[in-house]
Design a protein around this ligand. Structure first.
Ligand SMILES: *Cc1c(COP(=O)(O)O)cnc(C)c1O
Length: 345
């Protein structure tokens, strides 16, 4: 067994185990965890300083998850867009390949909360291979996003098989992996994994840091190992109420990510997923934060703020308004708020 697998086995997966570390209401947590599973890796658990802090909120079950609200279990219509086992094909040129049904740590705000970590979400290699056959017979797909669950919970050997099969499809031009392992299980980013991945170029990795407290030396080393394997590493952050919904927190996060050679890619508005209402901010919060960051931060550190539209209609960027007026004399707004006239041919 590899070291990262041993560490994974030491994860907290029940409310009773968590109660050894913190004073919690075990019954309440059990009720939530029965519906939406609980797992916290030793590394991520070690980042919690006190109950209710930004790390805690992301990983400890909360009774509010059981409030169904006006939201949908599958607002992005991923089930409808599943064109083959484990494939979500929404945009013509890109497809998601969901290779794993579980995660090292369960995010309480997960967009696939309806299934990830549940018994029926278990994925077999046969299903993944069927998904790959669909991609192979669909020449429009040029970009495959390998996601889950946590794809890097698979052994190197299985990953190698999947990458080799995808690598033999002539129309697939690039591969991407979506993973939270660098954040919650940095031990997983081993030299041998990186040596496997460096043979899969052009390969991009998108990871998922949400708070500057997650930028630990271990996570930094994990990201640097990926970058040293020639992999451009991006980051997708979810805008979370009470966790990172202010400009100072996100500025620290995005600056810190660049220092670890990770490029902020998306800031996701919280999807309209059932059981996540307590995490959602108004759109105005995200727009205001983006406005504050512009003019303060290098463009390299600024992700695109996106809303994934309900009904599987796709992601759209939401930006502060910089265009006051178009036409021969356009008027644009500077980062300091001043209106600047701009001769426009
Ligand atoms: C987000 C997403 C993608 C990738 O979108 P990019 O904007 O290219 O990063 C592809 N397919 C689905 C279904 C998605 O949700």
């Amino acid at each position: 067994m590899e070291f990262w697998q041993k560490r994974l086995r030491e994860s907290v997966t029940t409310a009773a185990q968590l109660s050894r570390h913190f004073a919690i209401d075990v019954d309440a947590l059990d009720r939530v965890a029965a519906r939406y599973p609980l797992a916290i890796t030793p590394h991520y658990l070690s980042l919690i300083e006190h109950p209710g802090d930004p790390i805690w909120k992301q990983c400890v079950p909360d009774l509010r998850e059981l409030e169904d609200g006006a939201t949908d279990a599958d607002p992005l219509h991923e089930e409808r867009l599943a064109t083959a086992p484990q494939v979500v094909h929404r945009y013509p040129d890109r497809a998601l390949l969901l290779v794993a049904g579980s995660c090292a740590a369960y995010c309480r705000f997960c967009t696939r909360k309806r299934r990830v970590g549940c018994a029926e979400a278990r994925v077999t290699l046969g299903e993944v291979m069927e998904g790959i056959e669909y991609i192979a017979r669909t020449p429009a797909i040029k970009d495959v996003v390998i996601s889950g669950g946590e794809p890097l919970l698979m052994s190197d050997l299985l990953l190698k098989q999947i990458f080799e099969r995808l690598g033999r499809i002539p129309h697939v031009e690039i591969l991407r992996i979506g993973t939270r392992a660098p954040v919650v299980l940095p031990e997983r980013i081993t030299e041998s994994l990186c040596n496997l991945l460096r043979r899969c170029h052009p390969l991009f990795v998108n990871t998922h840091f949400n708070h500057p407290r997650e930028l630990t030396p271990e996570s930094r080393e994990a990201c640097l190992r990926l970058a040293d394997a020639g992999i451009p590493v991006g980051n997708q952050t979810v805008l979370l109420r009470g966790v990172n919904d202010d400009a100072a927190t996100l500025e620290a996060l995005f600056r810190g990510l660049l220092r670890m050679r990770v490029r902020p890619y998306y800031l996701h508005h919280m999807d309209l997923v059932r059981g996540t209402d307590h995490f959602r901010t108004p759109l105005e919060t995200g727009i205001e934060i983006m406005d504050r960051l512009r003019g303060t931060l290098s463009g390299l550190a600024i992700p695109q703020y996106v809303v994934d539209l309900p009904g599987g209609r796709g992601k759209v960027p939401i930006t502060p308004q910089y265009v006051d007026k178009l036409g021969a004399q356009a008027v644009l707004r500077a980062p300091d708020g001043e209106r600047i006239s701009f001769p426009n041919l």
